[in-house]
Design a protein around this ligand. Structure first.
Ligand SMILES: [Zn+2]
Length: 170
């Protein structure tokens, strides 16, 4: 079973480690500080085009890389890096995760490791207390998901999902 509590705790640990107290959360900076290289790839065919990104660790050299699709939008790339950082920080084994497909981001039928990486990404990019603080500071409500998404540098869809999740389970 996916461990949501672990996802939240790990994300909180990372935010604390890098002393991040408000958005935007610079996931590129976090990756770099962890010694993970960001590599942009240019899709060569229609199969590649469907891939948003993936995490790679060289078994011999231990070099770590996050590959991201050059053609994706900036908020999408941010989400991809956050998701792949999830596999890294949650200690998923390479046989437990796969490439991140564009359409699969909000799919419900996924492997546990993929669900956990998504959960970690949401907790890292849109921490509950930061969402609440921003809503309060700017006098925003859940109806303002577009403005909120821009303040957090995520897609409107990602913010929409996060807000409905927070209102349901917290
Ligand atoms: Zn994944």
């Amino acid at each position: 079973m996916a461990d949501w509590k672990k996802c939240r705790q790990k994300a909180e640990e990372v935010l604390k480690k890098y002393n991040i107290k408000k958005p935007l959360i610079d996931v590129f900076d976090i990756a770099q500080s962890e010694g993970i290289e960001i590599v942009y790839f240019q899709p060569q065919d229609s199969t590649d085009e469907d891939i948003s990104g993936f995490f790679y660790e060289d078994t011999d050299t231990k070099a770590k890389r996050i590959y991201i699709n050059k053609l994706d939008s900036a908020p999408r790339q941010v989400y991809t890096v956050a998701h792949e950082l999830g596999h890294y920080f949650l200690g998923h084994k390479p046989n437990e995760y796969s490439v991140l497909l564009r359409q699969a981001v909000y799919a419900t039928k996924k492997d546990e490791a993929e669900k956990e990486a998504d959960s970690f990404a949401a907790e890292l990019l849109m921490p509950k207390r930061m969402v609440e603080a921003v809503k309060k500071d700017y006098k925003l409500t859940d109806d303002d998901e577009l403005i909120l998404s821009q303040l957090f540098g995520v897609s409107q869809q990602a913010m929409h999902n996060r807000l409905s999740n927070l209102s349901r389970y917290n």
